[in-house]
Design a protein around this ligand. Structure first.
Ligand code: G6Q
Length: 554
């Protein structure tokens, strides 16, 4: 359960005191004080290299953060998660995404039942199914092979698969089309299918609960579209498969449960891309590629479980995030992958981090008196450099950055003037971290001959913290390690903040709220409204706009 109130812990108080001295130190001073800093404050394991030397910390900060982690029983909490304890206490559930990527030789018990055989049974079924579709053995209602796969899901049943497909596109079947539909806005579905032949199109309906409004609405639209095009209700059997924990709901929708791939309530939505929710990923990159990705996740799981806090990548990332959030008072984190294939990675991380750690009470239900999860956001480099980096460099707020880059590109292109375009990309990544940390002093600006009036504008304060994460090449394995790094870093932060990182009552609320409103929007006669005056007026205005009662130009 809860640990002692965080801000009363002597270790927290010690960090506060320590901040009074180090908080004002510039990264320039920290680097000047230790010529080896750029080598020493790094950790490398399971194919990832983390340089955290550009964080505003010294050896004392790191020691105090580790002591805080011990006081918050991080090592015990890690074991509790891997053991299958019901650490998602508000939902009374185990948290076992790590079981989804563990080998068959491992035994992980939930209520006395070993879940590993179940996990591998589903993985094997997914592999057999994927092979049939990819080889053309599985044909559609008219006998044509499946060339298009549309995954319908939302939130945790969408963001992981979309991100993984984009990230691993280089490894995917180029003669197949993969699309993702999530929004209840009909445009999402309409645009996804507009150029497709229904006879060659398969839908994967991904919903843990199989009750989610958006997904079921889109699933019905998909069924209507397929049946209309193929002329027969029986086409559903060949063109629809489901991924869910709710067999009854799947059967009720009309999908044969023989074409359903299950998972379990101990897999949280935002932690589910390694379960059958990743079926589209497996169809795209094949079963071997998918297993390689799982092996990457597992390598990071093992690292997290067995490595001392000093060298533990997710623990370090998590503790540095606590430092930046609670002591440097940084309200946001920018995730900046210098890899176009990771363009959806920041969006994926937004859910992982913000749905997990956007909580305001402790495990015991007490209001926290410190900030919890920061806002995550980001875009691939170098694009962001030409827009929001200005604020990161010279704005009034501190935005800690995670730079992510690779030694080798999957698409080498010779650059004008020598080298490869990839060198240009990575030159930018490295230079940005350097500029953020060290800035440019007024003296340096003057020495360049800058007119005095412009000196303040061209001065860069620096001292802006960042992590740099490097790997050799973006492969399924590396993607797995990278995602697991963030998953576990989120867990570390949630443990320190003493919150339940695995529930999502705010999302549940969202699922309820629209239910009353939809009745009022669709009522035949003007409904009697009893909301606040703004909500009443908006409902009224929407009805008028929809019904053309307000001319378009008024
Ligand atoms: C994830 C959340 C949420 C969920 C979606 C879809 O952790 O719970 O994003 O994944 O609301 O839910 P279903 O899979 O049940 O449709």
């Amino acid at each position: 359960m809860s640990h002692a109130p965080l801000t009363t812990l002597p270790q927290w108080q010690a960090l506060k005191q320590h901040f009074a001295t180090i908080g004002t130190k510039h990264l320039r001073e920290l680097f000047a004080a230790d010529a080896q800093r750029g080598k020493q404050l790094t950790v490398e394991d399971v194919g990832l290299y983390l340089d955290y030397s550009k964080q505003r910390v010294d050896a004392d900060t790191l020691r105090l953060l580790r002591e805080l982690a011990e006081a918050c029983e991080l090592p015990q909490r890690i074991e509790a998660m891997f053991r299958g304890d019901k650490i998602n206490s508000t939902e009374g559930r185990a948290v076992l995404h790590v079981a989804l990527r563990a080998p068959t030789t491992e035994k992980i018990l939930v209520d006395g039942h070993d879940v590993e055989p179940d996990v591998h049974e589903v993985l094997d079924r997914m592999a057999a199914f994927s092979e049939r579709v990819r080889s053309g053995a599985w044909v559609g209602h008219t006998g044509k092979r499946i060339r298009n796969v549309i995954s319908i899901g939302i939130g945790g049943s969408d963001l992981g698969p979309v991100m993984a497909y984009e990230a691993l596109r280089d490894y995917s079947r180029r003669d197949m089309t993969f699309r993702f539909v999530s929004n209840v806005d009909g445009t999402d579905f309409a645009e996804a299918v507009r150029d497709l032949d229904a006879a060659e199109t398969m839908f994967i309906i991904c919903s843990k609960t199989f009750t989610t409004l958006e997904t079921l609405t889109n699933a019905h639209a998909a069924r209507a579209w397929s049946v209309a095009a193929l002329g027969d209700e029986s086409a559903v059997a060949k063109h629809f498969v489901a991924v869910s924990t709710n067999a009854e709901g799947v059967a009720k929708f009309g999908i044969d449960t023989a074409n359903m791939f299950g998972f379990w309530d101990w897999v949280g939505g935002r932690y589910s891309m390694d379960s059958s929710i990743g079926l589209s990923t497996m169809l795209a990159i094949g079963a071997d590629g998918f297993r390689e990705m799982l092996a990457g996740f597992h390598a990071m799981d093992e690292h997290f479980r067995h490595t001392s806090l000093e060298r533990n990548l997710p623990a370090l990332m998590g503790l540095l995030a606590i430092w930046n959030n609670n002591f440097l008072d940084a309200a946001t984190v920018a995730v900046l992958p210098y890899e176009q294939y990771l363009k959806r990675f920041p969006a994926y991380l937004q859910q992982l981090t913000m749905e997990s750690n956007g909580k305001h009470v402790t495990l015991d239900g007490k209001m926290v008196d410190y900030n919890t999860g920061p806002i995550y956001w980001g875009e691939p480099g170098t694009n962001g450099q030409h827009s929001f980096y200005q604020l990161i460099h010279q704005g009034t707020r501190i935005v800690p950055c995670d730079f992510i880059g690779f030694g080798q590109t999957l698409n080498p292109l010779p650059a004008q003037g020598g080298g490869d375009q990839h060198d240009l990309l990575m030159a930018n990544l490295i230079a940005q971290g350097e500029a953020l940390a060290f800035g440019k002093t007024a003296e340096e600006v003057r020495a360049e001959g800058t007119p005095e009036a412009l000196v303040p504008h061209r001065t860069f304060e620096g001292n802006r913290p960042s992590n740099t994460i490097l790997a050799a090449k973006l492969t399924p394995h590396v993607l797995g390690t990278l995602i697991a790094l963030y998953e576990h870093s989120v867990f570390v932060q949630g443990t320190i903040w003493d919150i339940d990182s695995f529930d999502q009552w705010g999302v549940e609320l969202g699922k309820q709220l629209a239910k009353t409103t939809i009745v009022e929007l669709t009522a035949k006669d003007e409904p009697k409204l009893s909301h606040d005056s703004s909500t009443n007026a908006l409902i009224h205005r929407y009805r008028q706009l929809r019904d053309g009662k307000i001319p378009e130009s008024s």
